[in-house]
Design a protein around this ligand. Sequence first.
Ligand SMILES: [Zn+2]
Length: 115
Amino acid sequence: MACKKKEPIVKYKLRLTCNIEIIQEHIICAICGQPIYKNQKLTIDHIIPRHHGGTDDTENLQISHQICNVIKSDLFPEEFEPRKKELFENALKNWKLRRTDKEIITEALKRMKSR
Ligand SMILES: [Zn+2]
């Protein structure tokens, strides 16, 4: 049997030169609205996902928790917002999460309920 040629693994590495000046005491996650603490992973989120043609321009970028960005996935803001609670609950219930990520999601859900 002929050996099938392996598909190349396509990796995309995000290279951004960021000039973010932090003037607040806390950096606030643009997705869940909570402060991002030192022990939590931070990421740059594309408001309009790159997958949908979003650019790397600063107007299209926001800082968020890494886990919040993963939950948001490549949904448009108008698709994500109405499903936010459901998606956070789903992640909490079904995903294998690190303790810090679990705490972020739990707190985010509490905030959504109290609103
Ligand atoms: Zn967050």
